[in-house]
Design a protein around this ligand. Structure first.
Ligand code: C2E
Ligand code: MG
Ligand code: MG
Ligand code: MG
Length: 291
């Protein structure tokens, strides 16, 4: 009986593995097809300063599915870092985001454009060429207005390589943000070693900081460390005015979240900016949500 149970467990295990492999293959096929059929697109989520200015937007990928509509990256997340897909998807994202950023700049909207870079693409020997090519194609978007968002996994895999690469990006004028900060094993040393300009505090800490003193302490420490190192701090996942007020009082300079806006299709951004900026404000220093 024990042997039967073991065999059943083995059987269940391989089944689950098969299903995972199968799901991954289906996701890959879905994204490959979307790439070929031009059904990948970007939405843009505003990033605001705690004084109520619109600083820029983050480009976030979506997939237009023939039956299911517009899908967020949760539906194909693991594929974004797949060796065969990371570069083609990354090139699409760079080209589309810089193209859109250049259009806004020509229209007088000097928005910063934040672009997520997968670890696999970042560590690809051709990444710098891909970035440079996109910069050359869109000279109307100053490279100083472009920020690449990277996660901890690339530098943790190869710190020296990441340093060299990010310095090369800096030489092109491009800024670097450390995304999802606090979720991995990154330390303060790591912060000091990388030529970064911004830190994005992961939304898991932001969401729970009102109720969880540990998360509050982490957010406070990251804000303090960032300011000491001269880095911009962006809190992600800000959903309530209470949170925005608290983060602002704690010294967090930039905020992003549903309180201000969900990610929007590009055509909705100009109207959003107009409505956000026309909210009357009592003092410059007061955060927009207190009005
Ligand atoms: P991320 O870079 O940390 O992006 C922030 C995510 O948080 C976005 O999810 C955004 O819609 C969501 N978000 C923003 N504000 C709030 C809020 O107030 N509440 C909640 N609950 N969520 C909020 P999204 O668009 O689904 O993207 C998920 C992740 O997929 C991104 O996390 C990023 O890691 C990855 N991703 C998105 N676009 C790209 C891309 O173009 N390339 C690559 N390589 N990865 C991407
Ligand atoms: Mg990001
Ligand atoms: Mg993030
Ligand atoms: Mg995240």
């Amino acid at each position: 009986a024990a042997k039967d149970a073991g065999r059943d467990r083995f059987h269940l295990h391989t089944l689950a593995l098969d299903e995972a492999v199968q799901a991954e293959a289906e996701m890959r096929a879905m994204v490959e097809r979307a790439l070929r059929e031009d059904r990948l697109l970007l939405h843009y989520q505003p990033i605001v300063s705690s004084a109520g200015m619109v600083l820029g937007v983050e480009a976030l990928i979506r997939l237009q599915h023939p039956e299911k509509g517009v899908l967020p990256p949760a539906a194909f997340f693991s594929v974004l870092d797949h060796p065969r897909l990371a570069r083609p998807v990354g090139r699409f994202v760079l080209e589309t985001a810089l193209h859109q950023g250049a259009i806004w700049h020509r229209e007088g909207l000097a928005l910063h454009m934040s672009v997520n870079i997968s670890t696999c693409h970042l560590l690809d020997a051709r990444f710098l060429d891909d970035l440079q090519e996109a910069l050359i194609r869109h000279p109307d978007l100053p490279s100083e207005h472009i920020e690449i968002e990277i996660t901890e996994s690339a530098p943790l895999r190869d710190m020296a390589g990441a340093q060299t690469l990010l310095r090369a990006c800096n030489r092109l004028g491009v800024r670097v943000a450390l995304d999802d900060f606090g979720t991995g094993n990154a330390s303060l040393t790591y912060l000091q070693q990388l030529p970064a300009h911004s830190i994005k505090i992961d939304q898991s800490f932001v969401r729970d900081m009102i109720n969880d003193p540990d998360d509050l302490a982490i957010v406070a420490a990251v804000i303090t460390a960032s300011r000491m190192l001269g880095l911009k701090v962006i809190a992600e996942g800000v959903e309530t005015a209470d949170l925005a007020g608290l983060l602002t009082r704690m010294g967090c300079s930039h905020l992003q979240g549903y309180l201000f806006s969900t990610p929007l299709p590009p055509e909705d951004i100009p109207a959003w900016i107009t409505s956000f900026c026309s909210i009357p404000r009592t003092e410059d220093a007061s955060p927009p949500m207190d009005v």
